[in-house]
Design a binder for this molecule. Sequence first.
Ligand SMILES: [Zn+2]
Ligand SMILES: [Zn+2]
Ligand SMILES: [Zn+2]
Length: 158
Amino acid sequence: MSTAFKMSPLTTGSVVQKREESGRLQAKIAQYERQMEENKHFTVVMGEPCTIQVELDPGQYVLHCLICNTKCHFPCEHGDTSDAKRNCPVMYNGYCCVCPETCHWAKHYSSRYCMETGTKKVTRTREDMKKAYFGALQEKLTAEESLNRLQKEVENTH
Ligand SMILES: [Zn+2]
Ligand SMILES: [Zn+2]
Ligand SMILES: [Zn+2]
């Protein structure tokens, strides 16, 4: 009884249904492929601003104010000694005319480095896109499996 049931040929209706189902699966696969295409750039290399310490040419300094946190003189040819700072052209009667607070020369320091803005490369992963990509991939594989099975079943009925 059960053998007879298994051996019974497929009806025309079920082949048609399987063809329809195959068509639906193919459309789904195409849709998943589009989703994968849209989300495939889930890792991006971007330039991010950063500060780089640049060593100045010999004999060059940047004169900073410790109070105002400003760059008062650049390039400054006066080194980091009391006399040198006092004699820097931005000082007038011992006080800085560049600082917003016109600070005393002693509140200044000279550095051999200046900070410049540069760009560093960073890799960013867009988690939402990554999830969408792998989700679509998984769905696509499942749909492809079902499609293969259906197509084999349809072929076997001929
Ligand atoms: Zn100052
Ligand atoms: Zn100077
Ligand atoms: Zn100053």
